[in-house]
Design a protein around this ligand. Structure first.
Ligand SMILES: Cc1cc2nc3c(=O)[nH]c(=O)nc-3n(C[C@H](O)[C@H](O)[C@H](O)COP(=O)(O)OP(=O)(O)OC[C@H]3O[C@@H](n4cnc5c(N)ncnc54)[C@H](O)[C@@H]3O)c2cc1C
Length: 538
């Protein structure tokens, strides 16, 4: 390596890291180095939208963490925590649904003392990042790098879901990201010309022609180097060799909500007692690192189908996909050019609420265990997944070992707050109501799960936990704020350490009401502007 000093060193080429690498190198004044633990995104499965399923089994492109659970959840089997490990990070393996959350989510961030982070202040960054196929409007951008498109609807069951929601007396919407989120509708996706539009494609690749940007893959950062509470660089390992880089201006951690707190802890920044336990030299006592972990708990209703139109891992199901496979490889259209989740909804679990507190994902398949239960998927069926949008339960990411190669301990602590249980149960009842509507008559077979035996709140909740999953939205572990447990300030600078920021999903003080890719990109857009606004003075 020729250069060992850069103005900005960014750790992690995910949703936030690629945005930063582009924006910080844009004016040509500063040198930027982007370090990514994973390999290049060379597999074709990243480009093919339906390739999503492949990554649930990949060890190369997915960190594939496990989270501990108590014995009542999935019979004590750990929860699978997929995270992208390649250029593009989790945006390279995600389901591509484009959702921002609700105005109130960001207004709450601002109310917590995070000046500058209200919805009205963040909306310009959502719009800056976005190129919506519907064009510019009050709520959408039409010129940004991230392509967001309406998708053709391929599965009849997606249409039936919308019809059934209306039959159940629920509202419909044609834009989850407009003035109001509430309703059932079709998801817009980050898909461009039939191929995934992750952040590598949207932000990083267009910047690579610049001479002031260096990207190093298969570079796992072990720790941030600090001297007298100032970040000076990072140490990483590439092909077994330990390499040190110096940062003239700043080190920016964009490793995501699991890895960024782990990296801070490995660097001696975190709770003193935890660091002592692992014999890590203290750089700065910051008790909030790794706490405040939030995630969308996901429960499902699985129903067998009389109608053979869905996605099935049986021989006949595979044969049904042949025409679509040919279509995709001839002109990038058909089912493979879509996310398998075409329809969904944001509803209130109880009528007296002022805004939606559950999100639904409708799948034309029997989907459980993050799509890894292939045996289940061999039967014809469909599933509707409910998630608790604003969980009150919080968990943590902590060290299992001082060895950076050892995965951290992840404990979502799901349902530790009783209010989350009630939301989930009410959500499942609402889904049952939708699935009982006439639009589903042509499909409806046996309810495999929770099963008609589960009728009381307690029975429904117990059953929900048996097949509990998550929507892969961990956030909050390096929370932005001004209280004692905050890790970064509203400018995303780590409290107590100079020249070190965290910019990724981990900084969200509260989980937003929806999928987290677009919000993470908007966070990075805003962060880049904040960083550049003082760059010449630093
Ligand atoms: C399977 C799945 C499906 C999802 N579906 C959707 C969806 O449909 N819509 C949506 O909006 N959101 C979805 N999400 C969530 C969304 O993709 C994430 O919230 C978002 O990508 C997080 O961005 P990030 O920058 O915080 O982290 P990431 O994008 O995960 O990036 C972190 C990067 O840092 C790298 N890294 C970590 N540690 C180190 C280290 N020590 N050294 C070097 N590099 C390191 C990682 O390899 C990774 O590339 C999904 C996520 C997953 C995993």
């Amino acid at each position: 390596m020729d250069n060992t000093s850069f103005d900005y060193i960014i750790v992690g080429a995910g949703s936030a890291g690629c945005v930063l690498a582009n924006r910080l190198s844009e004016n040509g004044k500063y040198s930027v180095c982007l370090l990514e633990a994973g390999p290049k995104d060379n597999t074709p499965f990243i480009k093919i939208p339906a390739g999503f399923a492949y990554f649930m089994f990949s060890k190369k492109y997915n960190w594939g963490f496990d989270a501990k659970v108590d014995s009542t959840i999935r019979n004590g089997q750990p929860l699978f925590v997929p995270r992208g490990k390649t250029l593009g990070g989790s945006s390279a393996i995600n389901a591509m649904l484009y959702i921002r959350g609700q105005r109130e989510d960001y207004d709450q961030w601002a109310d917590l003392g995070n000046t500058g982070w209200s919805f009205d202040e963040l909306l310009p960054y959502f719009k800056k990042s976005e190129s919506n196929s519907r064009g510019d409007s009050e709520f959408h951008g039409g010129q940004g790098p991230l392509v967001v498109s309406d998708r053709p609807v391929h599965y009849n069951i997606s249409k039936s879901f919308i019809e059934a929601s209306a039959q159940a007396g629920l509202p419909l919407t044609d834009d989850f990201n407009g003035a109001s989120q509430e309703g059932a509708g079709y998801y817009q996706c980050t898909i461009k010309d039939g191929q995934r539009c992750g952040v590598n494609r949207a932000y990083l690749k267009p910047a690579l022609a610049r001479t002031n940007i260096t990207v190093i893959v298969e570079a796992a950062v072990n720790r941030v180097l600090t001297t007298d509470k100032v970040a000076t660089g990072v140490e990483f390992v590439k092909r077994g060799k330990v390499i040190t880089l110096n940062a003239n201006k700043e080190v920016i951690l964009s490793g995501g909500a699991i890895n960024s707190p782990q990296l801070l802890l490995l660097s001696g920044i975190g709770d003193q007692a935890q660091l002592q336990q692992h014999n890590i030299e203290l750089s700065h006592h910051l008790p909030g690192v790794g706490h405040n972990l939030q995630e969308h708990a996901d429960a499902c209703i699985l129903v067998k189908s009389k109608n053979h139109q869905g996605l099935t891992a049986s021989l006949s199901g595979i044969m049904r996909m042949v025409p679509d496979t040919l279509k995709y490889f001839s002109n990038k259209t058909g089912k493979l050019a879509n996310s398998v989740v075409e329809a969904g909804a944001f509803f209130k679990s109880r009528e007296d609420l002022s805004r939606p507190d559950i999100q639904l994902h409708m799948l034309p398949t029997l989907y459980d265990d993050s799509g890894r239960d292939i045996k289940l998927m061999r039967s014809e069926g469909y599933s509707c997944h409910v998630c608790v949008l604003r969980p009150k339960s919080t968990g943590s990411v902590s060290l299992k070992s001082s060895d950076p190669r050892t995965a951290p301990e992840i404990d979502f602590n799901l349902f530790s707050h009783p209010d989350d249980q009630q939301v989930m149960v009410d959500g499942l009842r609402l889904v049952r109501k939708i699935l009982a509507a006439p639009a589903f008559d042509v499909y409806r077979g046996e309810e495999i799960h929770p099963g008609i035996g589960a009728q009381t709140d307690e029975q429904l909740f117990d059953k929900a936990k048996e097949r509990l999953g998550t929507v892969f939205h961990p956030v909050g572990t390096c929370k932005m704020g001004i209280d004692d447990m905050a890790v970064v300030c509203p400018e995303l600078k780590v409290h107590g350490i100079k020249k070190l920021r965290v910019v990724d999903a981990s900084i969200m003080p509260r989980l937003i009401s929806g999928n987290t890719n677009a919000p993470t990109i908007a966070i990075a857009e805003k962060a880049a502007e904040m960083i550049l606004s003082t760059a010449d003075n630093d």
